[in-house]
Design a protein around this ligand. Structure first.
Ligand SMILES: C[S@@+](CC[C@H](N)C(=O)[O-])C[C@H]1O[C@@H](n2cnc3c(N)ncnc32)[C@H](O)[C@@H]1O
Length: 443
């Protein structure tokens, strides 16, 4: 099992990456820094770390036991992993519940955000995304005839409306947990689709359908593909409501990574401190590194010229066979051959989803959020190194990525990148191997 701690071994650099907010869903509470209010905690600040330090005799509150080796525990407002073997049960044998962890899915906040127009405006304004779903329905219209469809997380009902208007399904069950469902009903009626589309308000895990469906369609993808973990709801609905041999849209998904340069971001956040107004502000650079580079930068737009190698798919999901348990920890590998001499500032990630065709010989529709496709509201995600590294054409960058789902805050995950750089034989100056370890918390 991955050791979920920071280690400082010779030749290793490790960084713990603090959380930041993503565009979508907005304001999902930062699990790494919780302040009072909203019934979340009592005006105390709780800090999350990868590994919790403790001494003999300390009394820890255990929140979760994600594995037999590593538990998720709290000591004096700091929460992190502890090796289970170092703990023994309290003499009183009491297992206290932390009242601050009431809603690990943060549903009130999450569905509260989807109950407002801001996110729906952002999603519907995203032409690449919305047109891809429209194209899926249009190019499969003949096969969708008389089919029963479930649109999981229908939002304003856009995909259900495409189904009703572009194809002739017998029924579309449009499921939406947020209060937007009340408006979706009106939109369905307003557009004359109420004979085909039935809006069901509730969590997909809890609603009852009168029958199984032939097609389960959903737009569930978050930043770095998995953030939000709405995919869990899709898998549970698949197992319950999709008939044997039914269709999943998307049918597959992949997370892609590339090493990159990020000159302007580096200049803006780090080089800035070198000589502002003719003064030496370099003592602030370690702080800048901690504040800006130990978090992934969401909404990054990478210029294809900044990619230092051919991108590599690091995680691939088959939506027919993927299991909820698989989401706890996903591992991938990468090997890049550097194509040009440049400064290596970090890695950029994005995702692609595919919709297999129901028509004989029909083309698969693809929604690619990478730099060589149309822009989307997800943009890309940048992981900065703590220090840039010069690389040369022919060098190789190889390593692993681990997406570790947060054992408490179920919509969040940690991304760990571990890699080595090997200089090409043409470039002996760069033949040393560097190992960096990153821990990145997504919220
Ligand atoms: C990314 S939005 C997509 C909305 C719409 N399908 C579209 O394409 O514009 C996801 C929607 O799914 C809803 N949702 C997320 N999890 C859900 C669940 N378990 N049950 C029902 N709705 C859910 C959210 O409230 C949100 O409106």
């Amino acid at each position: 099992m991955m050791r979920p701690v920071r280690s400082m071994l010779p030749g290793q650099i490790s960084l713990e990456v603090a959380p930041i907010r993503s565009e979508r869903p907005a304001n999902l509470r930062d699990p790494n820094l919780k302040t009072g209010g909203g019934g979340i905690s009592n005006n105390r600040v709780t800090c999350f770390v990868s590994q919790l330090s403790f001494s003999r005799g300390d009394r820890l509150l255990v929140h979760a036991k994600p594995s037999s080796e590593w538990w998720w525990a709290e000591l004096q407002g700091v929460i992190g992993y502890v090796p289970a073997g170092y703990l023994s049960q309290d003499a009183a044998g009491e297992e206290e519940e932390d009242p601050s962890i009431e809603d690990p899915w943060q549903d009130e906040e999450y569905f509260g955000n989807y109950g407002t127009l801001r996110l729906h405006l952002e999603m519907l304004s995203d032409k690449s995304r919305t047109e891809a779903y429209r194209q899926v329905i249009l190019s499969n219209s003949a096969s969708l005839s008389s089919k029963r469809v479930m649109d999981l997380g229908c939002g304003t009902g856009i995909i259900s409306l495409f189904c009703a208007q572009l194809a002739r399904p017998s029924m579309v069950y449009a499921v939406e947990a947020s209060s937007m469902a009340e408006y979706t009903r009106q939109l369905v009626k307003q557009n004359g689709c109420d004979e085909v589309v039935t809006v069901l308000q509730g969590r997909a895990e809890e609603i009852e359908l009168p029958e199984q469906v032939d097609v389960l369609v959903s737009e569930w993808m978050g930043n770095c593909l998995l953030f939000e973990f709405m995919v869990e709801s899709v898998l549970l609905a698949r197992d319950r409501w999709l008939r044997d041999g039914g269709t999943m849209w998307p049918s597959s998904a992949a997370l892609t990574l590339v090493p990159c340069q990020a000159d302007s971001y580096y200049a803006e956040k780090m080089a800035f401190w070198e000589r502002p107004y003719g003064l030496d502000f370099t003592p602030l650079q370690p702080l800048a590194q901690q504040e800006f580079f130990t978090k992934p930068k969401f909404s990054h737009i990478i210029d294809p010229c900044d990619c230092l190698a051919a991108p590599c798919d690091v995680i691939s999901l088959d939506m027919y066979t993927l299991q909820v348990g698989d989401l706890e920890q996903m591992k991938g590998q990468f090997h890049f051959c550097v194509e040009k001499s440049a400064v290596f500032h970090g890695f950029t990630a994005w995702f692609t989803v595919c919709f297999k065709s129901l028509e004989a010989g029909g083309a698969t529709v693809e929604l690619n959020t990478g730099p060589n496709s149309g822009p989307t509201h997800w943009k890309q995600t940048l992981f900065m190194l703590d220090r840039p590294v010069s690389v040369c054409a022919g060098d190789s960058i190889s390593g692993t990525i681990v997406l570790q789902r947060n054992p408490v805050w179920r919509r969040h995950m940690t991304v760990t990148l571990h890699w080595t750089i090997k200089g090409s034989t043409d470039n002996p100056d760069n033949a040393q191997a560097n190992i960096f370890i990153y821990y990145m918390h997504f919220i």
